[in-house]
Design a protein around this ligand. Structure first.
Ligand code: IPM
Ligand code: MG
Length: 372
């Protein structure tokens, strides 16, 4: 199979983990006889520095002519005080999600067996591992509702100042289409779906709950559905994560809960994601940010980036065997005790603590050794 991939490494640790992601894709290509053509483009702060915009036309052109987007991470203190529309997040990442209609964000939170000791929860709560799928709505809600900043002047002598508004807005069709994605995923798993909202306070959440109930009843009667307020869901995730199978939730709640889920699995450096459109076009990126504090030091964990590559093979190209091979290779590497610093424990021998690039090498080496 021949596929063309837009490679948008971005800022901070983005370029160094992307290098490892491509290394592993190359190993897959070699082993399974595929051709992956990479078209690299700048995105985020580095694109702003070079072209004056975090999402230059050149980058969009490359994405338009590719079969999938492989994304690193964007942002950093250097660009935080730019006008909102020029920041890496608001000027590049969110527009990419909007332009390509990437409404369905799949964030699997899986504990690789050998990493149970790196997880933040006591191991008895994680006995038998953990495998949750968070389905986050990605192109609606408060991230994309109108916002404004206004000056507020109350009566003389009273409080004066600015105020800012962000609208959290959802339509029935937006809720239905993400519910469908979550139900389809649940049907392939344990058929359990938890919808997370804040229906005791927010109108958009009341609508969310109503639509989810109606949609699941009519279309997926086999799916066992329950509902949780987001505050409770956070507590439940932190204390009893094994009760979950698939979680479906709106954009901001999904952002927050997926970071929490990553902490439970051991490190934010382990969690990949797939953002998909109705046509199946997708962007694949780790859920973590650009970690400017450790950029360029060879300390970053490349596994979330590598696993995002595995998601790309599966969801964008239908290459399930190849995708599983990456996961198996990672499992082998972890079983043999290799760690990056973030997932090492006190007992990890020094010679098994790997740099970013040595971890990429190890995964590629183990992949090569797998028998098919
Ligand atoms: C994520 C990130 C982004 C988000 C930021 C970088 C805008 O936190 O993908 O989870 O909030 O969606
Ligand atoms: Mg986030």
């Amino acid at each position: 199979m021949k596929k063309c991939i837009a490679v948008l490494a971005g800022d901070g640790i983005g370029p160094e983990i992307m290098k490892e992601g491509l290394k592993v894709l190359d190993a897959v290509a070699k082993k399974f006889d595929h051709t992956f053509e990479y078209k690299e483009a700048l995105v985020g702060g580095c694109a702003y520095d070079r072209y004056g915009h975090p999402l230059p036309d050149e980058t969009k052109k490359i994405c338009n002519s590719s079969d999938a987007i492989y994304f690193g991470s964007v942002g950093g203190p250097k660009w935080e005080s730019l006008p909102a529309e020029l920041t890496p997040e608001r000027g590049a990442l969110l527009p990419l999600r909007a332009i390509y209609g990437l409404f369905a964000n799949l964030r699997p939170a899986v504990i690789f067996g050998p990493l149970a000791d790196a997880a933040s929860l006591k191991s008895e709560r994680l006995k038998g591992g953990l495998d949750i799928l968070i389905v986050r709505e990605l192109t609606g809600g408060v991230y994309f509702g109108k916002n404004k900043v206004k000056s507020l002047i109350l009566k003389e002598g009273a409080v004066q100042g600015d105020y800012a508004v962000d609208y959290m807005i959802y339509s029935v069709t937006e809720i239905q289409r993400i519910t469908k994605i979550a139900c389809e995923a649940a049907m392939k798993r344990n058929k359990k779906l938890t919808s997370v909202d804040k229906a005791n306070v927010l109108e958009s959440s009341k609508l969310w709950r109503k639509v989810v109930i109606d949609y699941v009843q009519r279309n997926y009667p086999e799916v066992q559905l329950n509902h949780m307020y987001v505050d409770n869901a956070a507590m439940q995730l932190a204390t009893n994560p094994k009760q979950f199978d698939v979680i479906v939730t709106e954009n901001m709640f999904g952002d927050i809960l997926s970071d929490l889920a990553s902490a439970i699995t051991g490190s934010i450096g382990m969690l990949p994601s797939a953002s998909l459109s109705e046509t199946g076009f997708g962007l694949f990126e780790p859920i973590h940010g650009s970690a400017p504090d450790i950029a360029g030091q060879g300390k970053a964990n490349p596994l979330a980036q590598i696993l995002s590559g595995a998601m790309m093979l599966k969801y964008a190209f239908g290459l399930n065997k190849e995708s599983n091979a990456i996961e198996q290779a990672i499992m082998g590497v972890l079983e043999d005790g290799y760690r990056t610093g973030d997932i090492a424990s006190v007992g990890t021998p020094k010679d098994k603590i790997l740099s970013t690039s040595s971890m990429g090498d190890k995964v590629a080496e183990y992949l090569h050794k797998l028998k098919f």
